[in-house]
Every structure is written in structure tokens, then in C-alpha cells.
Design a protein around this ligand. Sequence first.
Ligand code: CTP
Ligand code: MG
Length: 235
Amino acid sequence: ARTAAVIPAAGRGVRLGPGAPKALRTLNGTPMLIHAVRALAASRAVSLVVVVAPPDGAAEVKSLLDAHALPERTDFVVVPGGGTRQESVRLGLEALPPEYRIVLVHDAARPLVPVDTVDAVIEAVREGAPAVVPALPLADTVKEVEPAGTPGDPEPVLSTPSRARLRAVQTPQGFDREALVRAHASVTGEVTDDASMVEQLGERVVVVPGHEEAFKVTRPLDLVLAEAVLARRRL
Ligand code: CTP
Ligand code: MG
């Protein structure tokens, strides 16, 4: 089965602070989106990459892709995104030709994911899981709280889930394309990842080992870490 990657890159990056849309910010001189596209196209299994651009930025993203060296065996398509990540992913899925039966969804904001992680996700989908997520054990203990009405107020703790059973999930998440399309057509509530939509359909979702370099660039300190990782790789 052929495998495509959808890369949602339409977010503003509010938590990163003022500036260009997050995916277009540079890491050691190269836009984050280009790092992310290269990371997915590095997998020999991925033959199509659909980039979901900021709503008014599709032309700019197309010229960025043209300006950077990318593998010739991979096709690239750019579509404009939507107001939420969920909407952007749906718009990306609509651009997929029918022959792609496996689809990866990968945040442009995780530009440094190693190809071995990408391949491990694809392999688990090929082996029959409808949804596969890379994930890592947590370093911190997590508390469930009653959120404060006023920011900064003390918050009562309700429970402490056993850390050994928790995982922090990353991308690329891999799917049987049909299962993901069905999830996007039927799940309406707020979600923060694609696998949870497939979970809501009652489908089996499995976790495979993630990688610390697949962290999400969210806040300014993450830019420092990403550039240090690239420097260590000499990129
Ligand atoms: N994303 C998207 N369309 C949106 C919102 C987010 O394609 N309307 C993408 C982002 O570009 C990013 C990924 O979803 O690659 C993960 O989202 P996040 O890290 O939250 O990025 P932003 O939404 O851009 O950041 P923030 O929430 O800080 O504004
Ligand atoms: Mg966001």
C-alpha cells in the first residue's frame, strides 16, 4: 500500500511569540517546515507529502518547497489550511489521491523527528493497526486538578494517575487512511491529536516508541533546543 504524509503547518504559533507563522520560522537558517518535510520524505516508504499551509500562505510555501533540495522520488502538494489543526488535517486528507491507503499526520512543529521513528510507525500500520502513535514515558509526575477560575490561583488536586501507565504522544501518527477519514467525518468535539478521533470510533490504537528529538517546538526555549540538536547533527 502506498503511504502519504500530511503535514499540518497552518498554525500561527501564538505560544512562540510574535513573528512569522511558526512553520516558516527558521532553525539554523532553514524554515522549520522544510526540516519537517525532509524528515518525512527521508522515509523511502513515503511517496507523497501534502503540506497544509497557512490559509493565506500557500503560494509562499510552494516557492519555499521549490527553493529547497528535496528527494526526487517524492511528490509534494500544498493546500491552504483552516482555523483549527483538525480542520487543517481534514483539508490535507481531501487532497490525497485514492491509491494512498496509509497516511501519516505529522506536525510541522516537530521538525527533527528521526526517520527510524517514521519507519517504525509505518511498519506498525502495515502490520494491521488502524492507528499508531509514537510516544515516550513521562519525566514529570502528572496531577489532575480542578482548574482555577482565576489564573494564578491555587488549584485543588483531584488525583495523581500512575505515571508508569502514561505516555506523552508525538507525531507522525500513522493510520489506515479509511479509518482516519471516517474519524474526521464523524468526530465533532475538540481533540488535540488524530489518534484520539480514531479511538472515539472504537478502533484499536497502539503506541510504538517515540524519540526525544521528535519533541514539539511550542515555546521560545524549544527553539534553543532545536537549534542545538541541529548543530550536534552538523546541519
Ligand atoms: N496547525 C494547523 N492549523 C491550525 C493550527 C495548527 O495546521 N489551524 C498545525 C501547526 O502548524 C503545527 C501543528 O498543527 O504544525 C501543531 O500545533 P501547535 O504546535 O499548537 O502549533 P500552533 O497552533 O501554530 O501554535 P500555538 O498553539 O502556540 O498557536
Ligand atoms: Mg495550536
